[in-house]
Ligand binder design. Structure first.
Ligand code: ZN
Length: 285
């Protein structure tokens, strides 16, 4: 197996036609800081442009898939300068809501959509905790396979924000369960997630990697162009149902929440809802 190490992710080729991108900040529960966001993006591009790769696996180094976006990230990367921007918004450093709107368009909304539209099948292998921004990454994949111990949660309503930036909850969970889980900030289990239709398969933790690899192997037997067209067919159908319009609209509400919190608390979230681990350490944007 060949392995290429980016700063925060591993790019592996476990067998012919399969690439595996592994988030590799286990000490930070694979929290996605800006380095990881752009490493993930570079790894996705590498997989997309390698004609030998037909299926892409997205995984996290044990013990947890991802704790979400890194709220302690000081943001030392200059957006649009240190890495090529994926969006055309610009003015990422502007004062006030202008800059934050542009930043979140770039690193969350446009980035996640870009991964969602990667023209090859992607499979998320999820174990342990999958929180907020971790959910966005898993949702961006075509298939989700979870281990029995996996749990999913979007707790950001407690932080004064109406859900994560890419608001797929009603699509992934159904509207009623989406409201319950957002209002109550409760985690849902892998089996619950499968019952909602959000997860394809649930397997024992020690069978996760092999199950996902076997599924990738099976998919890789299909013609590459038919796979690409099939993914495009499903994604465009969902877009035609209004998903893209809905997520754009909700992104505006999300930004209103950030603007409100900044006026009210001097930071983009309500600090009373921050997890214990980051309270007092979260970056005050
Ligand atoms: Zn946000």
């Amino acid at each position: 197996m060949t392995v290429h190490a980016f700063e925060t992710v591993l790019y592996e080729r476990p067998e012919p036609h399969v690439a595996r991108i592994v988030m590799n900040r286990p000490e930070a529960r694979n929290a996605q800081d800006l380095r990881m966001t752009y490493d993930l993006n570079a790894a996705m591009d590498r997989a997309a442009q390698d004609d030998e790769v037909k299926v892409v696996i997205v995984a996290g180094a044990d013990p947890h898939f991802s704790a979400g976006h890194d709220l302690r990230d000081p943001g030392t990367l200059r957006l649009g300068r240190d890495r090529p921007a994926v969006s055309t918004w610009g003015a990422y450093d502007a004062e006030g809501a202008e800059g934050l709107f542009a930043r979140e368009q770039e690193i969350y909304l446009q980035m996640t959509r870009r991964w969602r539209d990667l023209p090859k099948p992607t499979i998320a292998a999820v174990q342990g905790r999958c929180i907020a921004g971790g959910l966005m990454l898993a949702w961006a994949c075509d298939l989700i396979v979870a281990s029995e111990d996996a749990s999913f949660v979007d707790p950001v309503v407690a932080m004064g924000v109406c859900g994560v930036e890419w608001f797929l909850h009603p699509w992934e969970l159904g509207p009623r369960k989406a409201k319950e889980l957002l209002f109550m900030a409760e985690a849902w289990s892998a089996r619950e997630a499968m019952a909602f239709g959000m997860v394809n398969r649930v397997v024992p933790r020690d069978a996760l990697a092999d199950t996902v690899l076997a599924m990738a192997r099976r998919i890789a037997q299909m013609p590459a162009f038919a796979l690409k067209m099939t993914k495009e067919a499903v994604n465009r159908s969902v877009d035609a149902m209004g998903q893209r319009t809905a997520t754009d609209t909700v992104f505006g509400l999300h930004q209103l929440c950030h603007a409100h919190n900044r006026q009210r608390f001097g930071m983009i979230v309500d600090p009373s809802g921050l997890p214990e681990a980051v309270r007092g350490k979260a970056v005050k944007r």
